[in-house]
Design a protein around this ligand. Structure first.
Ligand SMILES: NC(=O)C1=CN([C@@H]2O[C@H](COP(=O)(O)OP(=O)(O)OC[C@H]3O[C@@H](n4cnc5c(N)ncnc54)[C@H](OP(=O)(O)O)[C@@H]3O)[C@@H](O)[C@H]2O)[C@@H](O)CC1
Ligand SMILES: Nc1ncnc2c1ncn2[C@@H]1O[C@H](COP(=O)(O)OP(=O)(O)O)[C@@H](O)[C@H]1O
Ligand SMILES: [Mg+2]
Length: 286
């Protein structure tokens, strides 16, 4: 077990190169949000945009279009029932599942289009549907972000056993291709290659609907910009709870949208730490 520390996040968030453009920071495609759960993709997208993804497109139920445009002018919107082939091809990172409800054909379409080079983050309803319909993971760089009940459904590890590292490894052995598992709880764990990382920050001020949707959007935004994928996921998980913990000093609850608003300033502080540690190297990067 490794403590998911500040340094793991600070090491990966570096200053941006002066001659870069949006194409250097990845295109995120978010697929989710049925007609009742559009808020989930708004929270995904707000977090991905504020994390610095170069481009963000949301494929969703069209009843969400106006709300998304009104809240997030940075984001492009399309119908998740149309042919998603081109949209998936253009994406570096696809995040599917938050608020997706029971839109099985949307999930199957995306799974059929994704390729082994792309990052696929699977959250919320997509995990539940994979369990209900016995779907396998597609061939992609997969990150699973279940809460405890979703992991019980898909990984078949009873919630009571999920604090035991061995029980989760046993379930992961049977899942191919090997995913990164972000098992969310009041003591979130990340299973990455042969290591388990334990989050020791965060708290009950985070227990509010949309908190996981915001985390999934951050994982997408970080995965789009920072390589390799594993450290990018760890950094997103750390920053999400570190921001919440900071906000909790002055707020009884830390709403998902408030966490998203605080992402750029938090990331800037971590990037400045990199400059302070290694000013010569960072200068050469510019
Ligand atoms: N504004 C929006 O659009 C929002 C949209 N959302 C979207 O809705 C979709 C459904 O997601 P969901 O998580 O709400 O429902 P579901 O998968 O049925 O799980 C709940 C069941 O699991 C149980 N449970 C046990 N342990 C648990 C734990 N640690 N954490 C959580 N639950 C735990 C729990 O037990 P109970 O509370 O009943 O004791 C209950 O029986 C999903 O796509 C999501 O993205 C939400 O993000 C909200 C805001
Ligand atoms: N008591 C708690 N302490 C720390 N983190 C918490 C606590 N309760 C919830 N969280 C965090 O909130 C998020 C909840 O995710 P999830 O249930 O998927 O939310 P939603 O689907 O409503 O967006 C996870 O990141 C989880 O770690
Ligand atoms: Mg969730």
């Amino acid at each position: 077990m490794i403590n998911l520390s500040h340094n793991l996040a600070a090491n990966i968030i570096t200053p941006r190169k002066k001659d870069s453009f949006k194409g250097n920071y990845g295109h995120v495609l978010i697929v989710g949000g049925n007609e009742n759960l559009g808020g989930a993709v708004i929270m995904n997208a707000q977090a991905a945009v504020q994390s610095g993804a170069g481009l963000v497109t949301v494929a969703t139920d069209m009843s969400n279009k106006t709300a998304i445009h009104a809240r997030l002018p940075e984001v492009m919107v399309m119908d998740f029932r149309q042919d998603l082939t081109k949209a998936v091809q253009k994406a570096d990172v696809v995040l599917i599942g938050s608020g997706l409800g029971e839109e099985l054909s949307v999930l199957q379409n995306v799974f059929a289009q994704i390729n082994a080079e792309q990052t696929l983050i699977i959250d919320g309803s997509a995990i539940t549907m994979m369990a209900e319909h016995n779907l396998s993971l597609p061939n992609a760089q997969v990150v699973l972000t279940p809460h405890q009940m979703e992991w019980q459904r898909f990984g078949e590890v009873p919630i009571a056993n999920q604090s035991m590292e061995d029980a989760n490894w046993e379930a992961l052995v049977n899942i191919k291709p090997e995913p990164i598992l972000v098992l969310k709880s009041s003591a979130t764990q990340v299973y990455l290659e042969d290591d388990m990382y334990q989050l020791s920050i965060g708290g009950p001020y985070q227990a509010t609907g949309g908190m996981g949707d915001t985390l999934a959007g951050m994982v997408a935004g970080f995965a789009a910009q920072f390589k390799p994928l594993g450290p990018a996921v760890l950094a997103a998980v750390y920053c999400h709870s570190a921001i919440a913990e900071e906000l909790s000093k002055k707020a009884y609850v830390t709403l998902p949208s408030k966490i998203a608003e605080a992402i750029p300033a938090f990331m800037q502080r971590l990037a400045e730490e990199t400059v302070a540690k290694d000013p010569v190297d960072t200068k050469q990067e510019e």
